[in-house]
Ligand binder design. Structure first.
Ligand SMILES: [Fe+2]
Length: 284
């Protein structure tokens, strides 16, 4: 049976000293905090930039789907689309954002992509950071998700819509569209738990594939130090497919690859290169 060893004599000797120092150490911590804030302010001033606004410019809005609930059938059922868009994106993500951040609407200048991009970068008040990460990320991700899908009858799903710039980036990064999609599918199928698989554009225009948990995305500092702008993303939360595909997630991802709106993905790539995140997802 294990027994606890008596404290070393040296620790006992240090205890009175620590008790004497406690009143000094606490103000020292406060001074360190003030020091860090002054340093951040000085750095912002030196860069000639104001600290980023962390309050939204206006309330958040659920945009309507760009097609009918049944338009993606037989790949995604109307029931899934209605629940997914109206409840998960609308009631859950937009509703929570407005419940928490709505009272601040108009007191700042931040757009939704501004706020999402600040997650994990030390700029958001701690009590708001988790709300922006989960519900702000959720809303931005879904507003992009609705747009990168198109009905099976739409001409936009043809690979002929892949722009020369995006085609060159895919060839340079992965060799071919088929190879890129094969790796994308592996990430989606292999993702453990709720999350997303992404194709994103880095600052140098190069493309990357990665998967993230929950509603995180590669704009966030919790995912990447340098943001990578999503141009294509698949939702692999169970709410996206389980009512139709049950546990057969690879069947969902296989079918999903046939309804990619390449017109939109190409436009997203152009927008990523010019830094227009509102075009890809939504401003609010
Ligand atoms: Fe979802």
């Amino acid at each position: 049976m294990a027994t606890m060893a008596p404290p070393p004599a040296a620790s006992l000797l240090l205890l009175p000293l620590l008790l004497l120092l406690l009143p000094v150490l606490a103000p020292a911590r406060e001074l360190a905090s003030v020091g860090r804030q002054l340093h951040a302010a000085a750095a912002a001033a030196a860069d000639d930039k104001a600290p980023p606004s962390t309050a939204p410019a206006q309330k958040f809005v659920l945009e309507p789907l760009p097609y009918n609930y049944s338009a993606l059938e037989p790949v995604i059922s109307a029931q899934i689309m209605q629940l997914h868009h109206d409840f998960h994106d609308g009631v859950e993500y937009v509703g929570t954002l407005n419940a928490v951040l709505g009272p601040l609407a108009g007191s700042g200048t931040a757009t939704l992509p501004d706020l999402v991009g600040l997650v994990g970068r030390g700029a958001l008040p701690p009590d708001l950071e988790l709300v922006v990460r989960n519900f702000g990320g959720g809303h931005w991700n879904h507003q992009m998700f609705w747009k990168v899908m198109a009905p099976p009858s739409s001409a936009n799903i043809s690979r002929d819509n892949i722009s020369p710039a995006l085609s060159a980036a895919i060839s340079g990064g992965f060799g071919s569209v088929d190879e890129m999609l094969s790796r994308f599918k592996l990430l989606a199928d292999g993702h453990f738990g709720s999350g997303w698989a992404w194709l994103c554009a880095a600052g140098d225009g190069g493309l990357r594939l990665l998967d993230t948990a929950n509603q995180d995305n590669p704009l966030m500092g919790v995912v990447l130090k340098d943001p990578c702008v999503p141009i294509l993303g698949i939702d692999v939360w169970e709410h996206a497919y389980y009512l139709q595909y049950g546990p057969k997630k690879p069947d969902y991802t296989k079918a999903w690859l046939t309804i990619i709106n390449w017109q939109q993905v190409s436009a997203n790539y152009d927008a990523a290169k010019r830094g227009d995140l509102a075009f890809i997802g939504t401003a609010f």
